[in-house]
Write a new protein. Sequence first.
Length: 151
Amino acid sequence: MLALNSCTEEDHKQELPNVVQQELDQVRQSVIPYRDLKKAIAAGYDHEVTGYRAQMGYHYLNAALLDDKFELQKPEILLYAPYGKDSMKLVAVEYATPIADIRNPPAVPEGFTGKDDEWEINTEFNLWTLHAWVELENTHGIFAPHNTKLP
C-alpha cells in the first residue's frame, strides 16, 4: 500500500505491515557484512553479472544460492552503486529464482509476508526477481525494481 502525504515524489512513503518490517530488518542485519564489497566477494557474491544498470547499480550474484527457494536472509544478488571516488555502496538486495521455460513460467515465488513485494520476470536471465532497497531509501517503494536516487 502506498500512502501519499503530498504531491512531491520525495514525500511518497510505503506503509508496510509490521511483520514485513521485521522481515526487512532481518535482511538488513544479514547483509551488514556485505556493506564491504570485498567481504561480499569473499562470501561468494563474486559474479558481477550486468555492468552498471541505470537506477539499479551493479549486480553481484552468489551462484551457489540461485535455486527455486526464497530464503529471506540469503538473497541471491547484492546491488552496489558507485560511492565517492573509489568505492561502492551496498544499496539493495535482489532475490532470484530460475525459470526453466520462459514461455511457461511457474507461479510467482513466495516472498515476504503479504502481497507488497513486486516480483518480476527477467527475460534476459530467465528469472523471477524481487528487489528490496534495504540500504538506500526508494521513494517508489522498498520493493520497486528501480530507484530514481541512482543515475
